[in-house]
Design a protein around this ligand. Sequence first.
Ligand code: UDP
Length: 245
Amino acid sequence: MSSDLRWRRVLLKLSGEALTGSEGFGIAPSVVARIADEIGEVVALGGQVGVVVGGGNFVRGAQISATGIDRVSGDHMGMLATVMNALALNAALSARGVPARVMSALPVPTVCETFTQRVALAHFQAGRVVLFAGGTGNPFFTTDTGAVLRATEMGCDVVMKGTQVDGVYSADPKTDPTATRYEQLTHQEVLARGLSVMDATAIALARDNRIPVSVFSIGEPGAFVSVARGGGRSTLVTVEGGADR
Ligand code: UDP
């Protein structure tokens, strides 16, 4: 392992929105290319990287169910959207010579492997990036919960959640100039204060499995690599009263 990295095995959570350009919808190839470059840099530093991608740039089940499509069908559509995003990221990584595999919790066997912990661990051990698609594979969950679940199963040292801002703030920094960024919080504080880091299911799962969550801006070029190396701007959600995993 490279001592240049703060964590050896990292689960990067990207929302679907992280892959969009100025339109806020779909996939912007230049953005996907930059993120693939940054993942490649962390791999080159000796990191093992798993990625959970969301699908909100195409479909969110809860939103589409408001249009008359039943929730379970909407959630299946959302999970399929995550497969599209993972395929785009996989293609960009492959084009750069970074070995990667897509594994989906929702089986789509003609386009990618179906997730199993055993094979995913073998991919990590062979130095491949694993792109976890399909969230948890179940409706009524989010890809944030999928990210913490996979981090737990894969023995990751941290979930790095790439958002549109550089951490967790006391208020919305886009609308409130008095908002301040937290350097560190506990999972319990996030839950008690209702801070928008991840949904409560995901945060509780991270707390119970003692997985820290680092929140940083994926929109800022280079931030993923900086934070993975222990620098940059972020908020770290740590386990109360002691060492993490
Ligand atoms: N989804 C689901 N089960 C999961 C993960 C995701 O049903 O375990 C569906 C759900 O409809 C969700 C959509 O996939 O709205 C996209 O995921 P998410 O909203 O987490 O994406 P993000 O906001 O991160 O882009």
